[in-house]
Design a protein around this ligand. Structure first.
Ligand SMILES: NC(=O)c1ccc[n+]([C@@H]2O[C@H](COP(=O)([O-])OP(=O)(O)OC[C@H]3O[C@@H](n4cnc5c(N)ncnc54)[C@H](OP(=O)(O)O)[C@@H]3O)[C@@H](O)[C@H]2O)c1
Length: 289
């Protein structure tokens, strides 16, 4: 029960897979490649084994409360705690997707924000002192991506960045966006025409709340949560258009996962793929990708 444990969600392919590969090389402990599909997960583990690495495997679908409960129970029983958690699982509709916008709003936020939040709330009690949590956000998760009609969008930005914002209030905002998409008047209420941006801004905002809550609940435990933009990466999500390789996209997330004990910065931050800590609330705007 004493060895260290790292977990990466949605890691059967893409950036998550590359983060597992990097952690297998750099992290002193067990690294869990997790997948919502057993076949895809086992296949991914076998690929890394062929490279001489030894990831462990577990099924985990963050959209399923039963899957989360089973996974938590397994980790608690087998290891007793968690030292590194990378919330990488995420989805994005393609630009030519035919699903109505309000359906995309519900599904995208359902995984990227609500499921990630629910998974964290279930699993955070297992975080050990000095644990590192990395939320894989995006350049689309930069606050100023809330760019619907002004001045409503500016008001929304202020609410997202409020240092006293609670998880319930944040969830209420995301639910309000989803509701507004059903009548198509989200833009005039300040929201962007991107469901993905809303989900990732919400995740970046959640990161700040999580850091504050952990600081309050477990002062001195040195638990750090950060959000990261991995870069524009060559994966299925981008239809392989991104200029960065998955291994390059894994660099900043892996760095944050391995921040040394008692690191003072970044904490509750928003970090660019080149490891620059970006002032999420006030800018200046980070680079293009
Ligand atoms: N690629 C980029 O340029 C880019 C840029 C900014 C941010 N990001 C973010 O980086 C993360 C990884 O993206 P990627 O480009 O590597 O995408 P990807 O190749 O599409 O991989 C996404 C992974 O998430 C998994 N996943 C989706 N829903 C899940 C769920 N409910 N439970 C568990 N796993 C789930 C997928 O599993 P399946 O194989 O079963 O679908 C897959 O393993 C995402 O959060 C994405 O938003 C990517």
């Amino acid at each position: 029960m004493s060895g260290k444990v790292a977990i990466v969600t949605g890691s059967n392919k893409g950036i998550g897979f590359a983060i597992v590969r990097a952690l297998c090389k750099q992290f002193d402990g067990d690294v869990y490649l997790t997948s919502r599909d057993e076949g895809r997960g086992v296949e991914a583990v076998d690929l890394l084994k062929k490279e001489g690495l030894s990831p462990k495997f577990s099924i985990l679908d963050i959209n399923s409360s039963a899957s989360i409960a089973k996974f938590k129970d397994f980790i608690q029983t087998t290891h007793g705690g968690i030292d590194v958690l990378v919330n990488n699982a995420g989805i994005a509709f393609k630009n030519n997707a035919t699903e109505p916008f309000h359906v995309q709003a519900e599904v995208t936020n359902g995984t990227n924000y609500f499921a990630t939040k629910d998974f964290c709330n279930a699993i955070f009690p297992l975080l050990r002192p000095h644990a590192r949590v990395v939320n894989v956000s995006s350049s689309s998760g930069y606050l100023k991506k809330i760019n619907g009609k002004e001045p409503e969008s500016i008001e929304l930005q202020k609410r997202f960045a409020d240092v006293n914002l609670t998880q319930d209030e944040l969830s209420g905002m995301v639910n309000k966006f989803i509701e507004l998409t059903k009548t198509g008047n989200h833009f005039e209420h300040g929201w962007p025409n991107s469901t993905y941006s809303v989900s990732k801004v919400a995740l970046s905002s959640l990161t700040r709340i999580q850091q504050r809550e952990l600081d309050e609940a477990r002062p001195g435990d040195d638990i750090i949560v950060n959000a990261v933009h991995p870069g524009y990466v060559d994966t299925d999500m981008t239809s392989h258009k991104g200029p960065l390789s998955p291994d390059e996209g894994a660099i900043a997330a892996t760095w944050l996962a391995l921040l040394p004990q008692n690191a003072t910065t970044p904490r509750g931050g928003y970090v660019w793929h080149d490891k620059t800590v970006v002032d999420w609330a006030n800018g200046p705007a980070p680079g293009e990708y």
